[in-house]
Design a protein around this ligand. Structure first.
Ligand code: AMP
Length: 403
C-alpha cells in the first residue's frame, strides 16, 4: 500500500509549540504528504494534514510533541502509509543552532543529542524544541535513522572579521559569543540555484540573497562561500522581521532593564515577539501591513518604511563587502510574493547597474525567474526557497554515505 513511500524522507521542523512535517522524495522532489501541528502544549491544539491532495484539519488537545507526532502517524496510517514500515530512508530534523560543534548534517545518536542539548544555552527557545521533535521521532520510528541539519551550518566559515563581535575577547571566547548566522539551509539552497540561472560556474558568482519571510535575513556569498550574514549569535540581529526588532542599539536593552525595569524574559518577549512589523503597527503578516497602508494607515506606512530602510542598508553593505555583485535574489514569503518590496528595496540603483523590470517584477509565478531588465548589469532574481527539500536531500546523503 505504501510502496510509493519507500526511500522518502520525513522532514520535521519542531518549534516551541508547533511541529511542521513533510514526507518528500529527495530525488524526484515529490511531496507525498505534509502538515503542521500547532499550539502544542495548549488545550486547543490543531493538526492540518495534506495527503494525496486531500487536506484535513482537526482540533485536539496536544500536551506535547510526542502526542502530536503519534497523531500525525495515525493520520498517515489512515491515508494508507505506515511510517514505521514504509521504508523511509531517514528522518531529517531542522536544528536551529549547531554552535561551533556542528556544521555538517549529522547522524543523530545519544552523543549528538547530548551535544545539541549542551549548545541549547545559545538558543534556549529553539534547540530544546528541536530536541523534543528528535526524541519523539526516535521513539516512534526507532528503525529509521535520524539526521540533524543545522540552520547555522552554512555560515560556519564566515570570515573572522564578520563573525566577531567587538567585545572583550575573553568573555566572548568563554561563552561562545560570536555571529553564527541562521536560515543557512535556505541561503545555501537558494544561492546554489543562482549560478545555473546565470549560465556561470558557482565559483565565479558574487551574490546577495535576501530571505524575507516572517523571519528575515540577508547574506553575501562569494563563489559559494558566505562572507557575511545579517543574523548573529541569535536570529534576532539584522533585518526588521515580522515580530523581531533586528538590529538595535544594545544600550536600549540596558535602558529597558535599568529604567523601564523589565527583566530578561520581558525584554526577550518584547524584542522577539512584540517588535518588528508587529511592534510598529500591530501586524506581523506582511499582507495585512500592505492592506493597511492602502487604507491610509500611517503606523503601517512607517513600519514598511523602516523595513525597507533596513533592507537597503544591508544591500548596500553587502555590495561593498562583495566588491562586485552578479545577482541579488529574493526568497521566502515576502521576497517571493511582494513585488512592491522588491521594487522599493532596489529603487534608484541604476547607477550601480541594478535595474528591475516592472513587468517582470509584477508577474506572479512559482518558479525561479529573472526580474531585472536584460541590460541590468546585476541580475535580480526571485528563487522560491525549499528548506524541506534541502533538509531531505542532506539527510538522504548522510544516510547514503553510511550505507
Ligand atoms: P514565510 O515565513 O516564508 O512563510 O513568509 C511569511 C510572510 O510572507 C508573511 O509575512 C506573509 O504575509 C508574507 N506573504 C505571503 N504571501 C504574500 C503575498 N502574496 N504578498 C505579500 N506578502 C506575502
Amino acid at each position: 500500500m505504501s510502496d510509493h513511500v519507500a526511500g522518502a524522507v520525513l522532514v520535521l521542523n519542531a518549534g516551541s509549540s508547533s511541529l511542521k512535517y513533510q514526507l518528500v522524495h529527495p530525488d524526484t522532489e515529490v511531496v507525498v504528504a505534509e502538515g503542521i501541528a500547532e499550539r502544542i502544549g495548549d488545550h486547543d491544539g490543531s493538526i492540518t494534514h495534506e495527503q494525496d491532495g486531500e487536506k484535513t484539519t482537526e482540533t485536539l488537545e496536544l500536551p506535547d510533541h510526542l502526542t502530536a507526532i503519534r497523531r500525525v502517524r495515525e493520520l498517515f496510517a489512515s491515508g494508507g502509509i505506515d511510517l514505521a514500515s514504509a521504508g523511509l530512508s531517514a528522518v531529517g530534523h531542522r536544528v536551529v543552532h549547531g554552535g561551533r560543534t556542528f556544521y555538517h548534517p549529522t547522524l543523530i545518536d545519544d552523543h549528538v543529542i547530548g551535544e545539541i542539548r549542551r549548545i541549547s544555552s545559545l538558543a534556549p527557545l529553539h534547540n530544546p524544541a528541536n530536541l523534543t521533535g528528535i526524541e519523539a521521532a526516535r521513539e516512534m520510528l526507532p528503525d529509521v535513522p535520524s539526521v540533524a541539519v543545522f540552520d547555522t551550518a552554512f555560515f560556519h566559515g564566515l570570515p573572522e572579521a564578520a563573525a566577531t563581535y567587538a567585545i572583550d575577547r575573553g568573555v566572548a571566547k568563554l561563552h561562545a559569543i560570536r555571529r553564527y548566522g541562521f536560515h543557512g539551509t535556505s541561503h545555501q539552497y537558494v544561492s546554489e540555484q543562482v549560478p545555473p540561472l546565470l549560465g556561470k560556474e558557482p565559483s565565479e558568482v558574487h551574490q546577495i540573497v535576501l530571505h524575507l519571510g516572517n523571519g528575515a535575513s540577508a547574506s553575501a556569498i562569494r563563489g559559494g562561500d558566505p562572507i557575511d550574514t545579517s543574523m548573529g549569535m541569535t536570529p534576532l540581529e539584522g533585518l526588521v522581521m515580522g515580530t523581531r526588532s533586528g538590529d538595535i542599539d544594545p544600550g536600549v536593552v540596558l535602558h529597558l532593564h535599568r529604567v523601564v525595569k523589565l527583566d530578561a524574559d520581558q525584554i526577550d518577549a518584547l524584542l522577539n515577539k512584540n517588535s518588528g512589523l508587529k511592534g510598529l503597527c500591530g501586524e506581523n503578516d506582511f499582507r495585512s501591513v500592505t492592506e493597511r497602508i492602502e487604507r491610509g494607515d500611517e503606523a503601517a506606512k512607517l513600519a514598511y518604511d523602516v523595513y525597507i530602510h533596513r533592507l537597503r542598508r544591508y544591500i548596500g553593505a553587502y555590495m561593498i563587502d562583495l566588491g562586485r555583485v552578479d545577482a541579488i535574489t529574493f526568497t521566502a514569503g515576502v521576497g517571493e510574493n511582494a513585488a512592491g518590496v522588491r521594487a522599493d528595496a532596489l529603487a534608484g540603483l541604476e547607477n550601480y547597474g541594478i535595474v528591475v523590470d516592472p513587468d517582470r517584477n509584477a508577474e506572479r509565478s512559482r518558479t525561479a525567474r529573472r526580474i531585472s531588465t536584460d541590460d541590468s548589469a546585476v541580475a535580480v532574481l526571485v528563487v522560491p526557497t525549499n528548506e524541506e527539500l534541502a533538509i531531505a536531500r542532506q539527510a538522504a546523503e548522510v544516510v547514503g554515505e553510511r550505507a
